[in-house]
Design a protein around this ligand. Structure first.
Ligand code: SAM
Length: 214
């Protein structure tokens, strides 16, 4: 299977046609080997236009959703980004291509350990990993120029908003357990400007400022 050709096709057919234009985001999506982040039995579907199971009842997000959320962050190559929901580590790798430092939190130890091992093997040295409840953010390392939440939240956690730099952006799916809207919140001084992007379906953000477990 020619994964490189599949990846270039994914960028042309799934991302550019749907309006992803940020050159750096498209370059990162062309570069990161998505097939390394999916379980071996799903490798032939790695570049399909949808999410895939990664174990623990969790998913690696659809390529388009990864690209759209990353584009919404408007990363300029400097500064710190926080990711809540490491999952497979695929989105983490895309962020590590585009930001100086990436901080990523995952609630499932097995997923975090696997992602850490893979990202280290791929040569990424600008990522810090934490196992725990990311709905509380990462206070000691804040403020962040970008925060991305890759799980669906019942509302916008003010703890995360408060960990943004002035001008920083929080990208987060908010809604019910089964259907959400993707929002970008931009901090301007002490106010927060909210924009809605698209409908989406994410696994739940489970934690103190998310959904209760069960
Ligand atoms: N970004 C991931 C990728 O590229 O594979 C997709 C992640 S998946 C859609 C959402 C992840 O959020 C799951 O791995 C889930 O365990 C994690 N999660 C849910 N609630 C969390 C929380 N409170 N803190 C950290 N991670 C959480």
């Amino acid at each position: 299977m020619d994964f490189n050709t599949e990846r270039q096709r994914m960028v042309e057919n799934q991302l550019k046609t749907r309006g992803i234009t940020n050159f750096r985001v498209l370059e990162a999506m062309r570069k990161v080997p998505r097939h390394s982040f999916v379980p071996p039995e799903l490798i032939s579907s790695a570049y399909h236009d949808g999410p895939l199971s990664i174990g623990e009842g969790q998913t690696i997000s659809q390529p388009y959703m990864v690209a759209l959320m990353t584009e919404c962050l408007e990363l300029k190559g400097e500064g710190k980004v926080l990711e809540v929901g490491t999952g497979s580590g695929y989105q983490t790798a895309i962020l590590a291509e585009l930001a100086k430092e990436v901080y990523t939190i995952e609630i499932h130890k097995s997923l975090s350990d696997k992602a850490r091992q893979l990202l280290t093997a791929l040569g990424y040295d600008n990522i810090e990993f934490r196992i725990g409840d990311g709905s509380k953010g990462w206070e000691e390392e804040s403020p962040f120029g970008g925060i991305i939440v890759t799980a669906g939240s019942p509302d916008i956690p003010s703890t995360l908003q408060d960990q943004l730099t002035d001008g920083g952006r929080l990208v987060i799916p908010v809604g019910s357990r089964f259907l959400q809207t993707l929002y970008r919140i931009t901090r301007v001084g002490d106010s927060f400007h909210k924009e809605a992007f698209t409908s989406c379906v994410f696994v739940p953000l489970v934690g103190e400022h998310g959904w209760k477990a069960g």
